[in-house]
Design a protein around this ligand. Sequence first.
Ligand code: FAD
Length: 404
Amino acid sequence: KNGVVIVGTGHAGVQAAASLREEGYDGPVILLGDEKDLPYHKPPLSKTFIKDTEAKPQPLRGETFYSGHNIDLRPGLRIDRIDAGARALDVAGGGTIPFDRLILATGSRPRLLPLPGSDLAGVISLRSLDDARIIRELSANASDAVILGGGFIGLEIAATLSAGGRKVTVVEAADRVLGRAVAPVIAAHVHERLIAGGVRILTGTTVARLEGENGHVSAAVTSTGERLAAQLVIVGIGVVPNSELAETAGIATGNGIRIDNRMRTSLPEVLAVGDVANYRHWATETDVRLESVQNATDQAKLAARTILGREEAYSAVPWFWSDIGDMKLQMVGLTTAGDRHIVSGDPAENKLSVYHFCGDRLIAIESINRPADHMLGRKMLGAGFSPTTEQVQAGPDALKAALA
Ligand code: FAD
């Protein structure tokens, strides 16, 4: 028996291994990935790790967890190819690993920006602990940083470096920050508050080229011709799924690896979970590829149950958080189908929620520093409950009572 092999030691891969054991799977479990570190939490990298020279990585599970659960953890291994016919993986540098079932949890990687000067030292994206270590080192000697991209990660890094005393400029091509992800009122609040805290934000602007001195970046020149001093340039313009392994093995892909509602790919013995997986969402009936810890964790749990023969369809409510300076953003549900929204709270107090509806149906809530709204939102969406406008405006206590 070759058991289950999991490729990727991120949030999804580690959860899949743990869930297989929790669900009672007693065959071999091999968990492998190309990073050398003990599997760790990614979210703190952009929020705390890069500014605190004393900060340690936060392991997803303790060192003894893996051996204690008979999980064969193999860090530092890169897989080059899936031999679907032979049910085996080719390891980079030689060797093969056979499997009965395969879980692809290969995640995503930063989108690269083809820009003159992007190969200069001091130009980097943040995805892994290794990247974070480099950024922490670089920022110790940097007084000015330029962030390309005003998405969640870009703004988190901007707030973190700014709090650490760096002069930070965010350059965003769209006409507002967080454009793809949140309601305009939330984006505007985040923008204003970052500016008030000393971060400079240029929207509707791109970087035309990077300039260097002695091989190290020294400035970013914008599309408007402005020259921004920068000893550190962080590229945060989104990610692309690591779906090449699947694609070359003939597994169906398209903005990620296509999976059904049981996490199965087009090859029955191969499953995929996490950032790399693209699926028809049960609530919106659109194809989505979500990039969140919740998505990675819940999909991994279901993949383990599928392998154990439990016939369950995926129905987890999606949620996400992001800490941008003193703003805790929390999102639950998917806003894509929304046709009206209600705003509650007070931006002046840095507390604000947006309830999104499709007709009378609640579909998502986005909040800043209103954790009660978020937690209630998870309950309401999980129960399929939609509050009235009056109930939303009356606040969390009224909502709690209505839900009970
Ligand atoms: P990953 O964590 O990317 O893991 C995939 C692993 O597979 C990687 O180690 C990769 O190197 C490895 N791999 C890929 N190909 C191969 C191969 N061929 N052979 C071997 N190994 C391979 N989400 C939130 O919900 N809230 C947050 O606040 C938040 N903050 C974030 C901050 C940062 C800086 C980053 C980078 C992400 C953040 N996210 C956040 C997103 C979240 O971390 C991801 O959604 C999550 O990591 C996805 O898990 P995953 O296991 O699918 O992929």
